[in-house]
Design a protein around this ligand. Structure first.
Ligand SMILES: Nc1ncnc2c1ncn2[C@@H]1O[C@H](COP(=O)(O)OP(=O)(O)O)[C@@H](O)[C@H]1O
Ligand SMILES: [Mg+2]
Length: 294
C-alpha cells in the first residue's frame, strides 16, 4: 500500500443556503496514482475536489496533505497551491489574460520568479502541451479543447505534485479528449498524482487506478475500476453504466467465448487482441498500471 498524499477525514460541508453537500466523507488518495471520482450531478464531486486545494473548508472533519492538516492561512494556502494544481470544469473562469503566453505565465509571475526562469519554464510547458503555435492568441479565440489544454498548462507550469481536474474531458470531442488524457498520462508517468472527476465510465475504466463512487455527499464504493464496476448494486445505486469493454469481456467469458484472464482488459484494443485481432490500431491511452492493493 502506498502512502496517501491527500486525505479527507470525516468531512462535512454545508453551503450558505443550507445544502449539506458532503456528509462525514472520508477518502484517501494514494500518492502517484490516477484517482477518479464518479457519481451523478449533485453527488458532491466538485464540492469535494475543492476541499483538496483549500478552496472549500470543511465545517467538520479535516483534510490532510501528506499527513498534515491543511493550513488555511493565506500563507498556508499559497504554499499548498504550489503543490496542488486545480483545473476548473469551466475553463472560461480560469483563463483571463490577453494571450496564451500571458495566461500560462500568470502563476510563475505571481510567485515573483526571475523573468529568465519564467521564460525557460514557459517554453518547456508550451512545448510539452503543444501550445507553441498558439502562444500569442487570446484565450477567448481558442476552441474548447485548446482552452482546456491552456488551463492545464497554466497549472503544470507550477510543477505541482498533485493535479486535480474537474471533468476535464466534458464537452470535448474524441480527439481533444484523447489529447488531454495523453497529457495526463505523461504527467502521471513522471510521478504526478492525478485526481479527476468524470461522467464517462469508459474513460474512467480505461484510465484510473482507483475509483470512488459518490452519492448524496458520501462515498458508496471505492477500489480498482474492474472491481467497482462489477458491483451491480453500486451501479444501480449511483445510476452508473458498466463500462462497455468490461461488459463485453465479462459476457464473452461467461458464454465461454474467451478464457478468463488474470486481469480484465482495460481498453477496447486490449480486448480485440485477446479475441485474436491482428490489425488493431493502437489506442492513445497506454500505460495504465494494474497494481494491487490501492
Ligand atoms: N454554490 C452552491 N450553493 C449551494 N449549493 C451548492 C452550491 N454548489 C453546489 N451545491 C449543491 O451541493 C451539492 C453537490 O454539488 P456538486 O459538488 O456541484 O456536485 P457534482 O460536482 O457531483 O455535480 C448539490 O446538491 C448542489 O446543488
Ligand atoms: Mg461538478
Amino acid at each position: 500500500m502506498r502512502q496517501e498524499i491527500l486525505t479527507a477525514d470525516k468531512i462535512t460541508f454545508t453551503y450558505l443556503d443550507g445544502t449539506t453537500a458532503l456528509h462525514e466523507l472520508s477518502v484517501k488518495i494514494p500518492q502517484g496514482r490516477r484517482a477518479a471520482f464518479v457519481g451523478n450531478n449533485g453527488a458532491g464531486k466538485t464540492t469535494l475536489l475543492l476541499h483538496f486545494n483549500g478552496i472549500n473548508r470543511p465545517d467538520d472533519g479535516e483534510v490532510r496533505y501528506k499527513e498534515r492538516k491543511l493550513d488555511y492561512s493565506s500563507k498556508g494556502i499559497k504554499e499548498l497551491r504550489k503543490n496542488i494544481g486545480y483545473v476548473f470544469q469551466d475553463t472560461d473562469s480560469q483563463l483571463f489574460a490577453g494571450s496564451v503566453y500571458q495566461d500560462i505565465s500568470f502563476g510563475p509571475v505571481n510567485l515573483g520568479l526571475p523573468p529568465a526562469e519564467i521564460k525557460v519554464k514557459l517554453e518547456r510547458v508550451m512545448r510539452e502541451t503543444g501550445l507553441l503555435a498558439l502562444k500569442d492568441k487570446p484565450p477567448h479565440a481558442l476552441s474548447h479543447g485548446q482552452k482546456k489544454v491552456v488551463a492545464i498548462a497554466g497549472v503544470l507550469v507550477m510543477e505541482p505534485e498533485v493535479l486535480i481536474l474537474d471533468e476535464p474531458t466534458a464537452g470535448l470531442d474524441q480527439v481533444s479528449a484523447s489529447r488531454v488524457m495523453d497529457l495526463l498520462n505523461s504527467l502521471n508517468n513522471t510521478g504526478t498524482t492525478i485526481i479527476f472527476s468524470s461522467h464517462n465510465m469508459d474513460e474512467v475504466y480505461a484510465w484510473a487506478d482507483i475509483v470512488f463512487v459518490l452519492k448524496d455527499g458520501t462515498i458508496i464504493a471505492e477500489g480498482r475500476p474492474a472491481d467497482v464496476f462489477r458491483r451491480r448494486s453500486v451501479l444501480q445505486a449511483a445510476s452508473l453504466r458498466k463500462p462497455l469493454v468490461l461488459e463485453l469481456y465479462d459476457n464473452l467469458v461467461s458464454r465461454g467465448c474467451l478464457p478468463a484472464q488474470a486481469e480484465a482488459p482495460a481498453t477496447g484494443e486490449a480486448l480485440l487482441l485477446l479475441l485474436g485481432a491482428h490489425d488493431v490500431r493502437p489506442e492513445t491511452r497506454e500505460g495504465k498500471s494494474h497494481v494491487a492493493g490501492v
